[in-house]
Design a binder for this molecule. Sequence first.
Ligand code: DGJ
Length: 767
Amino acid sequence: MIYAENRRFILETDHTGYAFCVTEGGVLQHLHYGARLPRQEDYLAGPVTFNQPGNALLDADGLCREDLLQEAGTAGWGDLRQPLAELTFSDGGRAADFRFSHFERPENAAPEGLPCALGGQTLKVVLKERSRDIYLELYYTVFEDTDVIARWSRLINDTEETVWVERLMSQQLDLPAGDYDLVTFRGAWAREMDMVRQHLEGQLRWSSAAGVSSNRCNPFAMACRRDACEEHGDVWALNLLYSGDHLGTAEKSAYHQMRLTQGMGPVRWQLEAGASFDSPQAVMSYSPDGFGGISRQMHPFVRRHIVRGYWQDRERPVLVNSWEAIYFKVSHRKVVQLARSAKEIGAELLVLDDGWFTGRTDDSHALGDWTADKKKLPGGLTSLAKEVTALGIDFGLWVEPEMISENSQLFRAHPDWILGHKDQAIGRNQYVLDLTRPEVCQYVVESMKAILGGAEVRYIKWDMNRIIGDSFSPAWPPQRQGEVRHRYVLGLYGILKELTEAFPEVLFESCASGGNRFDLGMLCYMPQVWASDNTDAACRAAIQRGYSYGYPQSVLGCHVSDAPNHQTLRRTPLESRFAMAAMGLLGYELDPGELSADRRGRIRDQITFYKAHRRLFQFGQLYRCPDAEGEQLTMVVSPDGSEAAGVHFAALNRPNPVQKPLYCRGLDGEKIYHLTNRLTEVRMKDFGSLVNYMAPIRIRAGSLVEKVADQVVKLPPDAIDRTASGASFCAAGFYPVQPFGGTGFNEGTRLMKDFDSRLYLWEEEKE
Ligand code: DGJ
């Protein structure tokens, strides 16, 4: 609900309240962002008294902006913190003083050419620069159901002269003097979303200068009070619907207030007379229930208001992806074989990854030439897709349309279509196409339409394997080069809009060497993202946990790959790889046909299990349960509380382990649940020479006898079977089956090897 009266604005969601007012002189003063308060008058600020040390600036109204919580800070009027907007006027001056003009309640308002969250109620507050006809419009959208408020800003130049936008942030959040921490998610290729918590003193930033939202630092961040933790304490989350360079700042002022700002990365935009310039939309959320509380607000928000269209609420197919199975060694025969074995294990979609188009023998060729390689696929995509589909499995395809290889027909025809100078630092042997040019965007759209219109392609993996360094564009004059990086993103969004509208039922998965462009902007067009090229179960436990703070499982592409893992060369149990991947959108990145019949059978069983509980895994409410010494329990609970699943993952095994209960979260306290676990395999050879303690004959580790015995002797897996109330599982926890601790293995012991896991299932007992 939005209340706008007496120059006071209150924005309320189901549980939160956000309030600001207009000071006598017309400055927007922030009042409150936190719990929803019982009465409107509760949001009124107490008396505002300012510190007035000798060297602070006061304006004519007696306001000390350095010590005032505000909605839209600007430079030059005594507020020394990071501004929301910064301009250079035609006379070269930069001091800007925006004061309240009026407000409106628009029905439909969205930043031009940029994605926007669906639904909500919007308030538009218009500020005018005191001595110039320049307007700053602030848009607030309230999503009551998910406790999220979105913001974006527009600058309008109604003067006769050009001005320069040096900065236009999407949101600014000023919080009262206090002691705060900043939590950001940093990383690099194959180690995305590492949670970093820093105490806020001075200024901290979370940003990307990679031309993409990047794995270096995701746009999602949280600020919190120092005592906040997973389950308790005040937390404010911020995120941005944008896929290019971004900048977030957190600052503790000289008066200990905290200012958070977030928006696109550095820009220098020439704002001509009569023109306007929009920031991307940003979102914020407050929870008094720690980081977990924030996740349970952001997840439904992303599912309902960011992801849209045909796939918004649909269960996603289980897929087999060809990349780690065959890499560039694509052939018609191999792909059909892969599809056949994918079908056999129960997968629903076969994705042909990189390597299928003309001349693509390795990663130094052919990007831009989007026709099937006749040597590898003599019948082209049409006949391949037909043959795969006839097997009863959908066909999907990998593309990387924003890129161009020097060694391609496209480059030979249009060497000037690249972004940056020819002589530039190069990534993965490829240049980036200059999407600021309409003719380049048109080429991308047409080549993709030709693929999607010419063959039965049900899924597209849209990859982007480079960051953007030199972004010089010959299409723009020198004084407008500061616009190019943002114009690239606008060009990309234009392409995505056209394609996703033309092919609404195609399932698009965004990818950028894994999670190098995992953001709310891409999610407005593509309902899921390949989370990381790292498929090692142990690494994935950390990476997926990082994503889970701000993003739901329904957008997270997670695959089971071979052992040893191709990124870490680590062997982890097949069941752990499955358990990790099941906590997202399950896929397999291996050739099932190369596996033993036993392994294939196990995978078939995994997929059957996943499909039976798919809605729970993909759309259930996620809980990170209280941690214990490097182990984790993550649970998903169905909306009606009748079913839950949880993955208990342990990194390194230790003898004589401390037995401790696992505490659940999210179960309905009143309901009675039956707890079971998926049975894991216990192999005789896992015991090595220890079997000789029991075996009637001597068995040497690695010998043929051991191999045969391993096939023949079946050891019992551990199985839990417990019934209790949800209240008991949460408050008292449950003890997993007693772990093996060096001696005494029997059917009552749980063998947890390194990187082992257990997948538990709680089902409501109905009378
Ligand atoms: C990077 C992606 O993240 C991988 O999954 C794969 O598609 C390769 N690109 C193909 O080049």
